[in-house]
Design a protein around this ligand. Structure first.
Ligand code: DQA
Length: 149
């Protein structure tokens, strides 16, 4: 089984009620259930964490080293600001797929820049909850090819 951590950053705990015109009505709980069940079909054991705190996300990435085979990361607004998260990913040697519910490239200019993209194996955005499913698929294929880190 591939061990996958799905990590969500600030404000994503509010999904379902937060800016529904941008992020839709799907709750984080529904996304977590979707990832768990879809991951099972891919031979993945999916665990979840969400935090509104940059340090907690960094700690989770550090803890993934040697204990997870891949990370699906929606860093929320920290995507656009956090050199610290970028450095944590560089140090963890665990492949990361960056995800976003919205198409960040079609939104405000400040959302076009991603520090995560520099160190992720790829980025999936704009597909709502399906972005997470596509990220699990991408990690399954990446890991099946024998890639690590
Ligand atoms: C987001 C996009 C970010 O720009 C924003 O700050 C979020 C959510 C997304 O999933 O579309 O919090 O990561």
């Amino acid at each position: 089984m591939q061990r996958i951590l799905v990590a969500n950053g600030p404000n994503l705990n509010l999904l379902g009620t937060r800016q529904t015109e941008v992020y839709g009505h799907t709750t984080l709980q529904t996304i977590e259930d979707l990832c768990r069940t879809h991951g099972e079909t891919l031979g993945q054991t999916v665990t979840h964490m969400q935090s509104n705190h940059e340090g907690a996300l960094i700690d989770a990435i550090h803890a993934a080293r040697g204990t997870q085979d891949g990370i699906v990361l929606n860093a929320g607004a920290f995507t656009h600001t956090s050199v610290a998260l970028m450095d944590a990913i560089s140090s963890a040697e665990v492949p990361v797929v960056e995800v976003h519910l919205s198409n960040i490239h079609a939104r405000e200019a400040f959302r076009h820049k991603s520090y995560i993209a520099r160190v992720a194996i790829g980025q999936i955005c704009g597909f709502g909850a399906q972005s997470y499913v596509l990220a699990l698929e991408a990690l399954a294929a990446h890991l099946a090819e024998g890639h690590t880190g």
